[in-house]
Design a protein around this ligand. Structure first.
Ligand SMILES: [Zn+2]
Length: 166
């Protein structure tokens, strides 16, 4: 593992980015060392505070200096907008939802991960699935319901469905 390469897990990213979020919202941080110090004080492991790790995490978060102060560079950037997936019902950043253009440019209501899962399990082509969900969204725009996104294959494979709530 090269020393200059960022090295951290998704969990590390969540933890550290959460702290950075709070720190830069509450303080005018002008120096990276100050940020490192504050992160150290809240108990972030020193391995995560190495320059390359930290810089990489901040870039991912789109945090950078504006007039000498660390802030979100793009406040309304996609990574800040949270959407709920109609299938897994998890809140995810809008990056995790595809943007479709066929009818009216919009975000799919089902996340990329769920589409991939359906593709893997049913063998249905990803582009087909995107088309199906885009049409569903268009066709039922006014009455779209989460039940339309249930994992329909589960009763077939497992004899029961995890996504249909009784
Ligand atoms: Zn999902």
């Amino acid at each position: 593992m090269g020393f200059n390469k960022p090295h951290y897990s998704k969990k590390d990213f969540k933890t550290v980015s959460g702290y950075i979020h709070r720190i830069i919202n509450r303080n005018n941080v002008t120096k990276l060392e100050d940020l490192q110090e504050k992160l150290k004080n809240v108990g972030v492991e020193s391995r995560l505070l190495h320059y390359h790790n930290l810089k990489h995490i901040m870039n991912e978060m789109k945090v950078g200096k504006i007039n000498g102060v660390y802030k979100y560079v793009d406040i309304i950037s996609e990574s800040k907008v949270m959407l709920e997936c109609y299938r897994c019902e998890k809140l995810k950043t809008s990056k995790e939802f595809l943007t479709v253009h066929k009818y009216k440019t919009s975000k799919l209501k089902i996340c990329i991960e769920c589409i991939r899962e359906e593709n893997k399990i049913t063998g249905e082509n990803v582009q087909e699935l995107i088309g199906i969900y885009e049409y569903l969204q268009h066709r039922y725009a006014k009455s779209l319901d989460k039940s339309m996104y249930s994992k329909f294959w589960e009763p077939v494979i497992y004899g029961k469905s995890s996504s249909v709530k009784v």
